[in-house]
Design a protein around this ligand. Structure first.
Ligand code: SF4
Ligand code: SF4
Length: 396
């Protein structure tokens, strides 16, 4: 695919990012793969497949595209759309076993919150290797003998990703605002679209500046501080918007209470919507499950065998492995976003979510209900109480 065509797809699919955009599942040959070539597997979100194919240009590999219902890997795995079943089907139906002499399949690391390596192995005989978080790192990962550096294992939210989110949000908000304004105040449509796009770019491009406000660094969970941080964040944006509107209205003699009120409310709603979903739009903010219920990942030292899988799949680099004691240590708990990947992958059930009251959410429940970052986030009551016939929370 030439650069122009790729650019057009990239732009169009970034604008439509919140919609599932499926592509055909199946096997794709990259270059001239032979019987020792690596086998990679990803979800069938069209833009992801495009990006992977582009990143792998010049390599020889097999790329399996499994059903993730047209949703990107992390969201699909966390939400129960990219599943063991999808991976097993892709491995079996593609007949890849007849094309290579090994049985190692490389999955994107961010699929670890939904796909169980142990089940894939049991059901197909294929060993899952967790590849890098970022697609762009695949060539270096393959060159490196399929070994990840720490940079390949952690999620980043660089300016390019933030601008993608700004475009996706601005597009949908422009559509909704335009439809409403066409009915009540059609002359405001164009300026409203301009304001929405400017604010979306402003909110996402300045993300690193206000991230510390939303996510205090201290080890102690300071949720109250975080809530205050959120308010400061919202009111700072509101203040900036109102100051800008005031300056504009004075300079252009549009200074009326109605003018300020109308555009102030529209800007505030825009910032409120953008800010309201920052947790869902960025990879750093903690799931409500942890914030509201105060659950945190806990290592059971008696069960841990020190194989280090939790550290390999953690996208926030929370674990350190004590090789002598063969024990995982949750050394950076403040970074944990409760994505669930470590709990899902620990083959010895040494990890679970626990709170200070001694309540625990078992690994099986986390696996079954995808209690983690996004997607099928369960209503709070589901994991806060015992449900009929289901031992959801066990008292220690
Ligand atoms: S907690 Fe589980 S995944 Fe992590 S090192 Fe121990 S046994 Fe392995
Ligand atoms: S420690 Fe937290 S962030 Fe890391 S994998 Fe486990 S749940 Fe996810």
């Amino acid at each position: 695919m030439n650069i122009l065509k790729y650019g057009l797809f990239y732009l169009l699919e970034t604008i439509l990012r919140f919609l599932p955009l499926p592509q055909k599942t199946g096997l794709i040959k990259i270059g001239y793969p032979d019987r020792n070539s690596p086998v990679l597997l990803t979800g069938n979100y069209h833009l992801t497949v495009l990006k992977v194919k582009r990143a792998l240009k010049g390599q020889n590999a097999f790329l399996l595209v499994a059903n993730s219902h047209g949703i990107n890997v992390w969201c699909a795995a966390a939400g129960g759309h990219f599943t063991n079943h999808g991976v097993i089907s892709a491995l079996k139906i593609s007949n890849i076993q007849s094309l290579v002499d090994h049985r190692a399949v490389i999955l994107p690391q961010l699929a670890a919150c939904g796909i169980e390596a142990k089940v894939i192995d049991q059901r197909t005989g294929w060993k899952v290797k967790w590849g890098p978080v970022n697609i762009e790192d695949f060539p270096d990962y393959l060159k490196n003998g399929q070994k990840k550096t720490i940079n390949m294992s952690v999620v980043r939210f660089p300016l390019r990703d933030r601008l993608e989110m700004a475009i996706a949000w601005a597009f949908w908000m422009s559509v909704v605002f335009s439809l409403v304004l066409l009915i009540i105040k059609s002359e405001a449509v164009v300026p409203a679209i301009i304001i929405v796009w400017l604010l979306a770019f402003f909110v996402f491009s300045t993300f690193p500046v206000y991230l510390p406000l939303l996510r205090p660094k201290e080890q102690e969970k300071q949720w109250e501080k975080r809530r205050i941080g959120r308010r400061i964040f919202l009111f700072s944006f509101l203040f900036l918007v109102l100051a800008g509107l005031g300056a504009y209205s004075l300079l252009t003699s549009h200074f009326t209470v109605n003018f300020l009120l109308f555009w102030g409310i529209l800007s505030f709603v825009t910032v409120l919507l953008l800010g309201g979903d920052l947790a869902g739009s960025t990879p750093f903010l903690i799931s409500e499950f942890r914030e509201e219920k105060d659950f945190q990942v806990e290592v059971d030292g008696k069960k841990c065998r020190g194989d280090g899988i939790c550290g390999i799949v953690c996208p926030l680099d929370c674990f350190t492995l004590d090789k002598q004691k063969r024990l995982a240590i949750l050394e950076r708990p403040e970074k944990c976003i409760c994505c669930g990947a470590c709990v899902v992958q620990c083959q010895f059930d040494a990890l679970s979510y626990a709170d200070k009251k001694g309540r625990r959410v078992s690994p099986d429940f986390v696996r079954k209900h995808k209690v983690g970052l996004s997607g099928k986030r369960k209503p709070r009551s589901t994991y806060a109480t015992k449900k009929k016939g289901e031992n959801i929370i066990e008292n220690l």
